[in-house]
Design a protein around this ligand. Structure first.
Ligand code: FAD
Length: 348
């Protein structure tokens, strides 16, 4: 990828004259807009000048209101926050959310609709696109004007430049690692955007009914940073041998204030939960520091972490492919290296 890496493409922006309006469909949690959604706002800036950017938040209850306050003051490019406040959106069910995006397009006639590339929007955007009869372009890592996009193919081994020639809206999902937005906590509460409630009176019960049903949510109750946006990621592979041993990775992550990642082999073997998988079929990460222990460096794993700024690899096999992408490599046994690191690193 070299000089054509995702960041350099993201920053090469063409000027554009047509008036633009973009709806960023956002996710929120615990009263905060997720960093991946702020990256979607960042991406919208590359579509062209004079782009009026609205951010849609849906849900119910106090955390939605708090997220709206956060959104209104957190990115200078957001001109309006649209609030769809209804218990119909309390749970992330695809049907009502897809209908909501459809409704918003009917009301706002946006030129573009953008979301992050996470599993939440992977479930919803294609359905909304079908309702709107447009074809979405996914996993974008570079934007050159309003209709020219770059996306990786073949597990990131080639870049595909796509020109959108369909009708409005042009629907996009973006990789947040390619459009980073500064720390979310750095939001200033001056210069706030307008918060407007969405009129949902035309939203009927039929819009809510679908094939999916909310049962329950089980998630890891952890203080650790979110894998997709963490500054440091510590990943373990099959070499850990058991879930018990995988705790070594968790301990190290804790000491470093890092997120935990896992290879697919480690996940399939039951050492780590599914949501920690990094790679082509897992999460795409781009931290400042990525540490891989007992990870061979299969192409499908590299596809999810190659954008990391500094890559450190520890592997017993000096010929392991992970060393080809590592900035620092140590040929050694992780069962010796990690305990030593744990001993030498200061307590946080
Ligand atoms: P291995 O390949 O078994 O490597 C283990 C490594 O640990 C070896 O290099 C070995 O030398 C080293 N080792 C062993 N013992 C020690 C020790 N004591 N100390 C230090 N090093 C040691 N994989 C992903 O990770 N993410 C994906 O999203 C993903 N998607 C996939 C999608 C498809 C369609 C397919 C076909 C595969 C996908 N895979 C994915 C799987 C991928 O091909 C590899 O099988 C997987 O990444 C290997 O995981 P691993 O490196 O943990 O295990």
């Amino acid at each position: 990828l070299g000089a054509f890496g995702s960041r350099s493409i993201a920053t090469r922006m063409a000027s554009y004259s047509r008036s633009l309006s973009t709806l960023v469909v956002a996710e929120h949690e615990g009263g905060f807009v997720k960093a991946s959604s702020l990256s979607a706002v960042e991406a919208a800036k590359y579509l062209g000048e004079d782009n009026s950017i609205s951010l849609l938040l849906a849900g119910s209850g106090r955390s939605l209101q708090e997220a709206a306050e956060h959104a209104a003051s957190c990115h200078p490019s957001i001109s309006e926050v649209l609030l769809a406040d209804s218990d119909k959106f309390t749970y992330p069910l695809a049907e009502p959310w897809a209908r909501l995006v459809h409704l918003m397009q009917q009301k706002g006639s946006y030129s573009h609709i953008i979301a992050g590339s996470g599993s939440f929007w992977k479930n919803i955007l294609p359905r909304a696109a079908a309702l709107l009869d447009v074809s979405p372009i996914t996993d974008i890592i570079g934007i050159s004007g309003s209709n020219l996009f770059v996306r990786p193919i073949y597990a990131g081994n080639a870049l595909n430049t796509v020109r959108y020639t369909g009708s409005d809206p042009c629907m996009l999902t973006i990789r947040s690692t390619s459009f980073p937005f500064g720390p979310v906590s750095a939001c200033s509460f001056s210069n706030a955007a307008f918060v407007n409630k969405v009129d949902l009176s035309t939203f009927t019960e039929d819009d809510v009914v679908g094939k999916s049903k909310y049962l329950s949510l089980s998630s890891q109750d952890t203080e650790r940073p979110d894998l997709g946006n963490a500054r440091v990621v510590v990943t373990g592979g099959r070499a850990l041998k058991s879930a018990e041993n995988f705790k070594l990775i968790e301990k190290l992550a804790e000491k470093l204030g890092a997120a935990v990642g896992a290879t697919r082999a480690a996940v399939d073997a039951g050492f780590a939960p599914n949501e920690l998988q990094v790679g082509q079929t897992g999460k795409i990460v781009g931290p400042e520091l990525y540490m891989a222990f007992g990870v061979s460096g299969a192409i499908q794993h590299i596809a999810g972490m190659r954008d990391s700024k500094v890559i450190v690899a520890v592997n017993k096999d000096a010929d392991a492919p992970i060393f080809q992408v590592a900035d620092y490599g140590l040929v050694g046994d992780l069962f010796e290296v990690i305990p030593e690191l744990l001993e030498k690193l200061p307590e946080r």
